[in-house]
Write a protein that binds this ligand. Structure first.
Ligand code: HEM
Ligand SMILES: *[C@@H]1O[C@H](CO)[C@@H](O)[C@H](O)[C@H]1NC(C)=O
Length: 511
C-alpha cells in the first residue's frame, strides 16, 4: 500500500504494454485473414505462395519495393495488382484509365485524408481538429499562392541570410557541410519567413519545425502496433503532439495573441502599424467567425501541420538537386548563364523564377528520377468502389499509383533512366509547347505533386522556393562532393529519399 502512489504510473504503463503486445498478435492474425480474402481476385506481386506468404512478401517489399512495383507495372498493364506492405495489402492502380478513375473519385468514396490518417494516425499525431477541419488547405491553395509575388523580397532576403549563417565559407577555401542538416534549417527559415515572419530565425523554433515530422512518424509507428482502443492511452504516455503544441504556442503564441487583439479592435486596417501579410494573418482571415479555429492552440497546431507538409518535401527536392549538380559540374555553366541573364532583366522576383526555364527543367528532372518513392497518391477506399475495368475494391483498402514506374516508362520518356536535366527545356522550346512541361504542372507522366483536385496546393510556392534557393547557390558558390559521386537514394519499403548523411563542399564562387 505504501508504494501505491509511486508505482501507479509504472504499473499502468506495464499493463498498457502487455495489452499492446497481446492485441498486436490478435490484430496481425485478424488482418491476415481479412486482408487476404476480400482482394483474392487481384493478382499479387512479390508475394510467394505457401505458409506465411503474405509476411514473406511484406519483408521482401521492404527491401525491393522499386523492383517489385516495376515488375507489376509491366506484368499487368492497365490492370490493378497488389503488394504486401507491412500488415496490409496496397492495391496499385496501373495505367491511365485507373489513374483517371482515382482522380475523379469523390472524397466520400476514395479519400486522401483517410489514406494519410490510416498511415500516420493524424487524429492522434497531428490532432483531432487538424484531421477533421483542415482549413489551411484552401489558405495554402489560394491566399498563399496569390501572395508569392508580393512576398518574394522577404523570401529572397531569408535565403541570403540563411546561407550566410549556415554555410560559413571562408575566402577561396572549400567548406564541407552535411547537406540534409544544412538544407532543412534553410527551408524551415525561408518557408516560415512567409508563415510567421522574422521569428523564423529562432533556433528553438527551427528545431521544432524540422523535428516535428520525426515526432509524427515515430508516434505513428507506435500507434500502428497499438489497437485502436488503447491508442489514446499510448498517445498520452508516449506521444509527442502535446509537447510540440506547447512548444509552438510558446514561440508563436504571443504573435498570434497580438494579431487577434488588434484584429478585434481594428479589423484589417490597423493604425500605426501594418497588419503583417503572412500565413498567421491568412489563417486568421479563414477563421473569422469560427471560434474553434481562432484559438492560439489551434493556430499553433495548424502551423505545425503546414510545416509538416512543407519542409521535408521541399528539402528532398533540393537535396537531389544539390547532389546531381555537385556531381555533374558541366551543368553549372548553362544554369548560371540563364540565371544571371534573367536576374539582370527581372531582379530576384517571381517573374524571374518563371523565366528560368533550364533551372525549372533541371529541378523537374531531379524529381522525375527521384519522386519520393515507388508508390504515391496513396488513398483509402472509404466506400466499396468499382473501377472502370469492372473490379470492385472494398472499403478499407489502401490504393496507390506506381509513380516511379510511370516516370521511368520508355513509352513516356526517351532514355528514361538517364538523368537529362534539360529534357523539359528542350520540349518547351518546341513550337506551341511554351507553357507546358513546367515543374508545377501535374501530369500523368509527372506525379510528384499528385494529380487532380488534391494535387499539392503548396506546389507553386514550393517550386518558386526551390528554384530561388538553387539559383542563389549557383550564383554564390562553387559546390562539389568529397568523392565526386552522387550518393545513392535511401530506400525503405515504398519510400525513397535523398541521402541523409552525405556532405557537400561549398566555396565562394571563383569565376
Ligand atoms: C517540393 C515540395 C512538395 C512536394 C513534393 C509536395 C507533394 C505533395 C503531394 C504528393 C500531396 C498529395 C497530393 C495527392 O495525393 O494527390 C501534397 C498535398 C499537400 N501539400 Fe504538398 N508538397 C510539397 C510542398 C508543399 C508546401 C511548401 C506546402 C505548403 C506551403 C504544401 C502543402 C500541402 C497540403 C496542405 C496538402 C494537402 C492537400 C489536400 O489535402 O487536398 N506542400 N503535397
Ligand atoms: C550516404 O552518403 C554517404 C557519403 O557519401 C555514404 O557514406 C553513405 O553510405 C550513404 N548512405 C546510403 C544509405 O547510401
Amino acid at each position: 500500500m505504501a508504494t501505491s502512489t509511486n508505482s501507479e504510473p509504472a504499473s499502468s504503463a506495464t499493463v498498457a504494454g502487455v495489452a499492446i503486445v497481446a492485441s498486436v498478435i490478435l490484430l496481425v492474425i485478424r488482418n491476415t485473414f481479412r486482408a487476404q480474402s476480400s482482394l483474392d481476385y487481384i493478382p499479387s506481386v512479390g508475394v510467394p505462395n505457401g505458409p506465411l506468404g503474405f509476411y514473406r512478401g511484406a519483408l521482401n517489399y521492404i527491401k525491393n519495393a522499386r523492383a517489385i512495383t516495376e515488375e507489376g507495372y509491366h506484368k499487368y498493364p492497365g490492370k490493378a495488382f497488389k503488394i504486401a506492405l507491412a500488415n496490409r495489402w496496397v492495391v496499385i492502380l496501373n495505367g491511365p484509365t485507373l489513374i483517371e478513375d482515382l482522380r475523379k473519385a469523390p472524397d466520400d468514396s476514395i479519400s486522401l485524408a483517410e489514406g494519410t490518417n490510416s498511415m500516420l494516425h493524424l487524429e492522434h499525431t497531428l490532432g483531432y481538429e487538424q484531421h477533421h477541419d483542415p482549413f489551411q488547405v484552401p489558405v495554402v491553395r489560394t491566399t498563399l499562392t496569390r501572395n508569392i509575388g508580393v512576398c518574394f523580397p522577404l523570401v529572397h532576403d531569408e535565403v541570403v541570410a540563411a546561407f550566410e549563417d549556415l554555410v560559413p565559407v571562408k575566402g577561396a577555401e572549400w567548406t564541407a557541410v552535411p547537406a540534409m542538416q544544412t538544407i532543412l534549417p534553410v527551408v524551415s527559415r525561408v518557408s516560415n519567413r512567409l508563415f510567421i515572419g522574422l521569428k523564423c530565425r529562432d533556433p528553438e523554433y527551427i528545431k521544432l519545425t524540422t523535428g516535428f515530422a520525426q515526432d509524427v512518424t515515430q508516434d505513428a509507428m507506435l500507434l500502428h502496433i497499438t489497437p485502436s482502443i488503447l491508442r489514446p492511452i499510448a498517445v498520452r504516455l508516449f506521444g509527442h503532439l502535446e509537447g510540440a503544441t506547447r512548444s509552438a504556442m510558446a514561440h508563436i503564441g504571443p504573435i498570434i495573441q497580438h494579431r487577434i487583439e488588434m484584429d478585434d479592435k481594428y479589423g484589417p486596417d490597423w493604425p500605426n502599424e501594418d497588419r503583417p501579410n503572412d500565413m498567421i494573418s491568412w489563417l486568421l482571415d479563414a477563421a473569422r467567425g469560427q471560434p474553434s479555429r481562432r484559438s492560439i492552440r489551434t493556430l499553433s497546431r495548424t502551423l505545425l501541420n503546414v510545416n509538416f507538409g512543407a519542409i521535408h518535401t521541399t528539402t528532398q527536392g533540393l537535396l537531389h538537386a544539390l547532389y546531381h549538380l555537385a556531381s555533374r559540374p558541366e551543368y553549372v555553366g548553362p544554369l548560371r548563364e540563364e540565371i544571371e541573364h534573367v536576374v539582370r532583366e527581372e531582379g530576384w522576383t517571381k517573374a524571374a523564377m518563371g523565366k528560368m526555364i533550364k533551372l525549372d527543367s533541371f529541378m523537374k528532372e531531379c524529381a522525375r528520377i527521384s519522386p519520393g518513392g515507388a508508390v504515391g497518391m496513396l488513398r483509402q477506399v472509404v466506400k466499396d468502389f468499382t473501377f472502370s475495368d469492372g473490379s470492385t475494391v472494398p472499403a478499407g483498402t489502401l490504393v496507390g499509383i506506381p509513380i516511379l514506374a510511370e516516370h521511368t516508362d520508355h513509352a513516356k520518356y526517351t532514355d528514361p533512366d538517364t538523368f537529362d536535366p534539360f529534357r523539359f527545356a528542350r520540349m518547351r522550346e518546341e513550337a506551341g509547347e511554351g507553357t507546358k512541361h513546367q515543374m508545377v504542372t501535374p501530369a500523368p507522366d509527372f506525379l510528384v505533386f499528385g494529380l487532380g483536385r488534391h494535387a499539392c496546393p503548396g506546389r507553386f510556392f514550393a517550386v518558386n522556393e526551390q528554384k530561388l534557393i538553387m539559383a542563389h547557390v549557383l550564383v554564390t558558390y562553387d559546390i562539389q562532393l568529397k568523392d565526386g559521386v552522387r550518393p545513392p537514394d535511401e530506400w525503405v519499403a515504398l519510400l525513397g529519399a535523398a541521402n541523409s548523411t552525405a556532405e557537400v563542399m561549398f566555396r565562394k564562387r571563383s569565376t
